[in-house]
Design a protein around this ligand. Structure first.
Ligand SMILES: [Zn+2]
Length: 447
């Protein structure tokens, strides 16, 4: 595993006004440039893109030019404009003012895959607001995925806003609600989710449990607050300190099952299914460790879904004496949906878009981690995970080939094709951490 992020990242300090009635957004973005990009002796040029329906109205501390070529923009989910910003020698920061509309209606899910959701790359509407970097609602700098931020957001008085990190301040007037969210640790996206929410909060030890519902429901909120505290305590004990100051359940206005850093955005039907509390919900909490705590470098394989499935979905079943049954179901899905043509190495998994890609990216990867645990023994397996989390928290982790051979070939567990990349990870972990290969197996939750 290799750390790719540095602590020298873009910091956005923004004042944002959102107008659901008109799909409008108005932003003043004070950008701090990473140190390694600054130059005391010469002007610095940086390229960025922004949603094409946003207009930059004012620039301070730099010059902006609109690039002529817009060829690359077709591949993105929203139309983009590309800019070059030129900073004078020694300049560390600049300010952009921009405004416009973002309103991409939610599109229905694809037909072939039952678990796919409706989708929008970004919407500001009377029903609700969803913005992420797929909306290009803030400057997307080339080759610099990680950012930190402070967002001072204004919405109508009966609205509330959620983002990653900590709610540091809020102020309500007769006409507006003003909320400040801050995250100083590196993030790979900046989300804004807003709606007419009823908010519930409760302490969950070192973090706050929060619930945002579209209509008041004290009993439902209480279940989520208690369950949040329960799983944060479990993962604190298993893996190390939970990486954020809150975890929020946020009800979306269309059906989704998204896990963002420090919150989850779930659809109105999903959150009311009772079984979600101990299936999808711990999965989303655990994503704060895998995926949203240690970030994935998608170009090198998404290991986070399989590991999250293993330590949430599988572990919860295992605690109830149903681990074997769960693994058999996973194998059954693999047998049902993945034929020779549809199989692929788990290092090539990015995200699920079909039953077969899910069976590989979640199922086969999960079984890989089960195999790894069997080989290492429970104590070493957990120790390796804790070390991995501690070392790569708020950094991207990617896979690296290591030459040492494992004693037990993965083919024994997964005969068809557990391909080389993750086997290399086993070898790598062996190189780094394997000291007691014959440790006895115990229930993971007892460690
Ligand atoms: Zn997941």
């Amino acid at each position: 595993m290799v750390a790719l992020a540095s602590n020298q990242i873009f910091h956005h300090q923004m004042a944002i006004t959102l107008s659901p009635d008109t799909s409008g957004i108005r932003v003043k973005d004070h950008v701090l440039v990473p140190e390694h990009m600054q130059d005391p002796g010469a002007p610095v040029q940086l390229d960025f893109s922004l949603h094409a329906d946003l207009t930059i109205t004012e620039v301070q501390g730099a010059k902006i030019t609109l690039q002529k070529s817009n060829e690359a923009s077709r591949a993105r989910p929203v139309p983009l404009k590309h800019y070059t910003v030129t900073l004078p020698p020694g300049q560390k920061e600049f300010t952009l003012h921009f405004n416009g509309k973002i309103n991409h209606p939610v599109q229905g899910p694809g037909q072939e895959y039952a678990r796919s959701f409706s989708y929008t790359p970004g919407v500001i509407s009377n029903e609700g607001i969803f913005l992420s970097n797929s909306s290009a609602w803030y400057p997307q700098f080339e080759d610099e995925a990680m950012v930190s931020f402070r967002l001072d957001i204004q919405v109508p008085a009966d609205w509330d806003v959620v983002s990653q990190g900590t709610l540091v301040r809020e102020q309500k007037t007769a006409t507006t609600q003003n909320v400040v969210w801050e995250e100083t640790q590196p993030q790979d996206d900046i989300y804004i989710v807003a709606g007419r929410y009823k908010r519930y909060t409760q302490s969950a030890g070192a973090a706050n449990a929060m619930v945002y519902l579209r209509s008041p429901d004290e009993a439902l909120a209480q279940k989520y607050l208690d369950t949040t505290a329960q799983y944060i305590a479990m993962y604190n004990k298993l893996l190390g300190p939970y990486p954020y100051t809150k975890f929020a359940l946020v009800e979306n206005f269309w059906e989704t099952g998204y896990g963002m850093p420090s919150f989850t955005l779930l659809g109105p039907k999903v959150i009311r299914f009772p079984f979600i509390l101990h299936s999808s919900y711990p999965h989303e909490i655990l994503h704060n460790y895998w995926g949203n705590g240690v970030f994935v470098d998608y170009a090198k394989g998404n290991w986070a879904e399989g590991l999250t499935a293993y330590l949430a979905d599988h572990l919860v079943n295992e605690q109830r004496g149903k681990g074997e049954e769960y693994r058999r179901d996973v194998l059954q899905k693999y047998a049902d949906f993945v034929n020779k043509e549809k199989d692929f190495p788990i290092v090539q998994f990015v995200s699920r878009h079909s039953a077969s890609s899910e069976a590989v990216g979640y199922g086969k990867t999960m079984l890989f981690f089960h195999m790894l645990r069997q080989e290492l023994g429970d104590e070493d397996f957990v120790r390796v995970l804790r070390q991995f989390y501690k070392q790569f928290k708020f950094k991207q982790a990617a896979l690296r080939i290591c030459s040492r051979r494992s004693t037990q070939p993965p083919a024994k567990i997964f005969p068809r094709s557990l391909n080389n990349g993750y086997t290399a990870l086993v070898h790598r972990i062996y190189c780094c951490a394997l000291q007691k290969p014959n440790a006895r197996r115990k229930d993971l939750s007892s460690i």
